[in-house]
Design a protein around this ligand. Sequence first.
Ligand code: TEU
Length: 545
Amino acid sequence: MLDKNRPGWWRNATIYQIYPKSFQDTTGSGTGDLKGIISRLDYLQKLGIDVIWLSPVFASPQVDNGYDVSDYRAIDPMYGSLEDMRELIAEGKKRGIGIVLDMVLNHSSDQHRWFLEAKSSRDNPCHDYYVWRDGTPDQYPNDMKAAFGGPAWTWVPEVGQYYFHQFAPQQPDLNWENPALRRELYDMILWWMEQGVAGFRLDVIDQIAKEPDRGITNNGPRLHEYLRELSAETFQKGCMVTVGEAWGADLERAKLYSAPDGSELSMVFQFEHILLDQQPGKTKWDLAPLPLVQLKKTMARWQTGLHNQGWNSLFMSSHDLPRIVSRWGDDGKYREESAKMLATMLHGMQGTPYIYQGEELGMTNIRLPITEYRDLETLNLYQERLEQGYPEEDVLASIYARSRDNARTPMQWDDSPNGGFTAGEPWIQVNSNYREINAAAQIEDENSVFSYYRRLTALRKEYPVFIEGDFTLLEPEHPNLFVYRREYQGEQLLVVCNFGDQQTEWELPAEWKDAEVLIANYPPQDGNLLRPWEAKILLCPAVRS
Ligand code: TEU
């Protein structure tokens, strides 16, 4: 068990993301709940993770599945009670698993008390907690657009002003320029720290310092000033792990965010690798193939760039992204091999790995009739593109590949109806492949994707080179091999991944011929041929004189 009171403990941790709505239902309501998570802690302990990041479970009208918070100190009744949360924290602790809460500090719900007061009168003290601009009902302050479609401004007749929202109209942006608002947020975070949480994931944290008059959404001039204040007033008073979601982070900025002195955060989610299979200047809905050589170089730049100067988060899946085996792997014939290969590629690197629920089973994307999608982003996109004259089949192809609902279908626990997720009617359909792809079928099977993730997680605990080692990319221009070396105090790892279903000739460098195979997704074989999606990690121990 990691000692979570030791500074920097999270460098050795593996974090598991739970999307609570889709994890485990215990009441038959069709949505997951906290008791459901508690009932699955043994499963997570077996996987070997140290931390659970919970997508938001706070009181919310659920316009954006909880990323619209109406009370940051209350649990949404759909998920249970504060008592259940306390029990989850305590039961987690017993198993060495800390709880990370997902804090949405850029915006609240329009049903939050602050916003209800704010929109009642310009004189209300909460009015300035949000971002208002004068105007007339027929003239927006400017032409900024919201992330989920439509304008970023909504008119409130009571005060004769527009409020600013980077996401849905029901998610008004908070005004970080107001010190009283910042204090409210800090007090709320301190209160959660007193409840015993291990840390926080900070939703779209790079967008808090917006300056709409200048068209600035992320990376505003005061961003790092706010972060340092936030960190000093809250996280640094405990031994919190913190990860900021920062779509706009480049390497230089990531060094500030994750500075080793702890003045801001532990690490950020940056998205350079995720954005590679998106056409330049286009949206994620305009599909493009993954350029492997660029992926390698991007990953390598972050690995070497943050070595000793910051800290990487290692992720390829989340509740906002398609299933990785469907996206970068092969969710047909080579589903298991490619799921394991992708895991090898990522978990061999320096940083804190994140596993998104179901990734450890090799869960796949889904195709649903449009009426069965639930995500507002997907539904808005569908309407918008049809109005713009796109053929419906093209729009659906984009949705199949990129809808956030791909990741949000219920966790597949076993082959009983609805995959063991609920005894009721699930809020979103279960992927029909649950009869083959489910946890029960994998837990005891040594060759399963689950067992592979479990071994990777254990290896990171066993060999310090995973945590501390530097990174060298080999074969940078090779079109389908992703090979790299890690080294720490003479101990070396070689990570070899054959990206694709082609067999690839590759001769292992001589010095590795007698190395120990720590993990591999195929049985050993003589010769220089790598099989489809083959992956392995080799170890050369330090030579002791
Ligand atoms: O995501 C931020 C964000 O920018 C995404 O909405 C992204 O634009 C989209 O997924 C890509 O298509 C965070 C949360 O992770 C997401 O679930 C929320 O919807 C969003 O913030 C608003 O809180």
